[in-house]
Design a protein around this ligand. Structure first.
Ligand SMILES: Cc1cc2nc3c(=O)[nH]c(=O)nc-3n(C[C@H](O)[C@H](O)[C@H](O)COP(=O)(O)OP(=O)(O)OC[C@H]3O[C@@H](n4cnc5c(N)ncnc54)[C@H](O)[C@@H]3O)c2cc1C
Length: 461
């Protein structure tokens, strides 16, 4: 079977590798508009912050059997003839997969087009080069990406101001109280935040705001969100809503044309995160090689990857008909909110150092009942001041607990590696891919191995 993949980013590369790994008679041709081999886009924030090097972005090289054409954008789809068009000619397919990702949104503000955005490795290089010549920076957009960029630039010694149109930061994930604590934390890290600040024009050296103020800086970065890249699908007449519409089989409205990753809208949701993209890649690889896997949706947790800020947000904070618990200690940069429905977590925000974060995420993942004493989750410890009943010891983690969210790796899978003779994080990464996404689970994997070395030292292959 000839599979053509359009887009060789995090989803397209994973799908190509999964298809070949299944060892069936599949010929994969992948087109990537970027000139770089697929890289870990998530870690661009760490490169911008100077906490990672470009080499750290490297993803596994494409397996032999995948014909990767870099720097080649697919320009058209003829679903009736089963061919895609490129500047070099046409390519026939039996199955076509769109993995075209997202593109950065630049608001229609006069003068803004051409400003630096933050989506690709080339964008990141451009910002880092600009930062080297700048003392001050403006970041337009106080969402997740904008704040990661702002924190990274502040870490490089720049005086940074975030200009955000909404009434509070990260309004899609946080309520106003959490955002106020986050703003204060950012201020302490050298990032000034302007909210309710509508940019109306780019002027020489800065932005004019709707209230007439002009804010200036040496460097401007636009981080106003992303939009699924659907242009190709739209031109081909596929059903497109917020993204390319797919069913549980990842099939679009056209026969033998599938879509995965950021470009997709599944059951009304556009995720824009890597864990769903990789789950979709695995399910589709199975289907295209004779299996019947279905993708039914993901429960996502958002984490801010910014040095000095611990923030996890998940689910919905809608209070109607729910039990809502919150705790705020703005002076210490701590805020926690839990929204509980029928004894299960519907949503949560944990900001600042909270030892219960892993447990809260696990309960949310598994839609498991929360403890009767909610304070253990809210504060990370019982009222007596002792350790939380739901401490994060690997011993107390259920086997089904997700350790690596990006790659859906459970504690049981890490334990299985150990029992097979693997003794270090690199070995677990090679066997399960744990730690190879955002990398935030590295300590948890190391902790489980450490625990196993105590409780199960004799286990060998
Ligand atoms: C700075 C940053 C930080 C992030 N942090 C996180 C995080 O912490 N956690 C998380 O889960 N997610 C994060 N994300 C989002 C994550 O990177 C995406 O969810 C993921 O990359 C989606 O993979 P994808 O393959 O669908 O899209 P992409 O990785 O964007 O790849 C799509 C590729 O398709 C190519 N393409 C598009 N059109 C064509 C065409 N016509 N022909 C050929 N090629 C084409 C594009 O050039 C691109 O290379 C972050 C993103 C950024 C930018």
């Amino acid at each position: 079977m000839r599979v053509v993949v359009v887009g060789y980013g995090m989803a397209g590369a994973r799908l190509s590798a999964e298809l070949v790994a299944r060892g069936r008679d599949v010929k994969v041709t992948a087109f990537g508009a970027e000139t770089h081999p697929a890289y870990n886009r998530i870690l661009l924030s760490s490169v911008l912050a100077g906490r990672a090097r470009e080499e750290d972005l490297t993803l596994a090289a494409p397996p032999s059997g995948v014909d990767v054409r870099l720097g080649v954008a697919v320009t058209g789809i003829d679903a009736a003839r089963r061919v895609v068009g490129t500047p070099d000619g046409e390519e026939e397919y039996d199955a076509l997969v769109l993995a075209t990702g997202s593109r950065a949104v630049v608001p229609p503000v006069p003068g803004l087009s051409g400003a630096a955005v933050f989506r690709t490795l080339d964008d990141c290089r451009r910002i880092v080069a600009g930062a080297g010549r700048a003392r001050t920076a403006l970041v337009l957009g106080g969402g997740l990406l904008g704040l990661e960029a702002a924190r990274g630039l502040a870490g490089r010694g720049l005086d940074v101001t975030v200009v955000h149109a909404a009434g509070h930061l990260m309004e899609r994930q946080l309520d106003a109280d959490a955002a106020a604590v986050l703003s204060a934390t950012l201020r302490g890290l050298g990032v000034r935040v302007l909210v309710d600040a509508q940019a109306v024009e780019r002027v020489d050296g800065g932005l004019r705001l709707a209230d007439g103020r002009v804010v200036t800086a040496d460097l401007l970065v636009v981080a106003c969100g992303v939009r699924p890249e659907t242009a190709l699908a739209e031109r081909a007449g596929l059903a497109v809503g917020h993204g390319v519409v797919v069913d549980d089989g990842l099939l679009t409205s056209a026969p033998d044309v599938y879509a995965i990753g950021d470009c997709v809208e599944h059951r009304g949701t556009v995720y824009g995160l890597v864990a769903p993209a990789w789950e979709q890649a695995a399910a589709l690889a199975d289907r295209l090689t004779g299996g019947d896997s279905r993708y039914t949706g993901s429960r996502v947790v958002t984490r801010l990857k910014a040095g000095g800020i611990d923030l996890a947000a998940m689910g919905s904070l809608e209070p109607a008909g729910a039990e809502v618990l919150s705790f705020a200690d703005p002076a210490r940069g701590t805020y926690a909110k839990l929204v509980v429905r029928q004894d299960r977590l519907a949503g949560a925000v944990l900001l600042g150092d909270n030892p219960a974060v892993g447990t809260v995420v696990q309960l949310f993942d598994r839609a498991a009942p929360v403890p009767a004493d909610r304070r253990t989750l809210l504060l990370g410890r019982s009222l007596g001041g002792g350790p939380a009943a739901v401490a994060e010891s690997p011993a107390l983690m259920p086997d089904r607990a997700l350790v690596c969210r990006c790659n859906s790796v459970t504690k049981a899978a890490v334990t299985a590696c150990w029992r097979g003779g693997t003794r270090d994080v690199a070995g677990v990464a090679a066997a399960t891919r744990a730690t190879t996404g955002c990398g935030s689970c590295r300590d948890a994997v190391a902790g489980i191995l450490d625990w196993l070395s105590t409780v199960d030292p004799g286990s060998v292959r």
